[in-house]
Design a protein around this ligand. Structure first.
Ligand code: GDP
Length: 297
């Protein structure tokens, strides 16, 4: 279960405050020490942890004694609010172009779940908003990637635009958008190439695709299981490409939670969706408040 360690530790800490009529400054300090440990154990970025604990601690010490909540409940409320805030506060939706098609550029390292997420997102756009998406196979370095997207297209009964692996991704993106316009399709989802590591050639090419495609959203797909690495990857991609959002995959797995809690704060970019399984309907919009409540149990 995702976030189990974090949830358990935070709940234990909070439990100890229950039934206390009054919370002293020393109690708050003690509690913040536990919260700090819980977050560090969950692989949350240490600077993020430091700021978080400071903010919560200050608010908890200065809390309004006239409140109808018990002191313990007040601290829980503060932790909940600050966790929500840390993850971006409100749901961050996709940008929609005033003139169709809306272009989404999907980027990420190999294995993060980029191609699967591209299919899932297209499926969600059709199901929820009745939109007509086009899937674009622009990962020309891994022939299997083109095939994978074509298979996904068949499964979803959705058009896939591909030009084989001998044409540059920039050309493919350009032609795909022209095609979508001609066919009156609403969304173009470009599945770009992933590599095992962030490298300069990959980045240069992605910048070129970005310049041609002028995407309304650039979504980085990262694997939640990789923790701090996911945050570093996000920071790297964001520096060169200026992402508009992140999709955090494999949240159905045994992830400790660090990436979910750190990405927004470290990169300034919101998590827009989370992957909750291998199936094509296992993609959900990300709600920071619901995630915070889930972590606190
Ligand atoms: P890409 O190389 O980034 O395009 O990655 P793929 O889309 O091929 O996905 C790599 C693996 O991760 C596949 O086996 C997917 O089924 C799996 N995967 C993708 N998203 C999720 C998710 O949210 N949860 C789980 N459990 N598996 C996922």
């Amino acid at each position: 279960m995702a976030f189990e360690g974090l949830s358990e530790r935070l709940q234990n800490t909070i439990q100890r405050m229950r039934g206390k009529g009054k919370i002293s400054e020393a109690d708050v300090k003690e509690m913040m020490r536990e919260v700090r440990l819980a977050l560090l154990e969950a692989d949350v970025n240490f600077k993020v942890v430091k700021n978080f604990v400071k903010t919560v601690g200050e608010r908890a010490i200065g809390q309004d004694v006239m409140s109808s909540l018990t002191p313990g409940q007040q601290v829980v409320k503060i932790v909940n609010e600050e966790l929500t805030d840390l993850m971006g506060g409100e749901e961050s939706k996709l940008t929609m172009s005033t003139q169709p098609p809306t272009v989404l550029m999907m980027v990420g390292l190999q294995g993060a779940g980029k191609t699967t997420t591209t299919g899932k997102l297209a499926s969600l756009l059709r199901k929820k908003y009745n939109k007509k998406p086009l899937l674009v196979a622009a990962d020309v370095y891994r022939p299997a990637a083109i095939q994978q997207l074509e298979t996904l297209g068949k499964q979803l009964d959705m058009p896939v635009f591909s030009m084989g692996d001998q044409v540059s991704p920039v050309e493919i993106a350009k032609k795909a958008i022209e095609h979508a316009k001609a066919e009156h399709l609403d969304y173009v989802l470009i599945d770009t190439a992933g590599r095992l590591h962030v490298d300069e050639a990959l980045m240069t090419e992605l910048v070129e695709v970005k310049e041609i495609a002028k995407p309304d959203d650039i979504l980085l797909v990262v694997d939640a299981m990789t923790g701090q690495d996911a945050v570093n990857v996000a920071q790297n991609f964001n520096e060169t490409l200026e992402l508009t959002g992140v999709v955090l995959t494999k949240l159905d797995g045994d992830t400790r939670g660090g990436a979910a809690l750190s990405i927004r704060s470290v990169t300034g970019k919101p998590i827009k969706f989370v992957g909750m399984g291998e199936k094509l309907d296992a993609l959900e919009p990300f709600h920071p408040d619901r995630m915070a409540s889930r972590i606190l149990g």
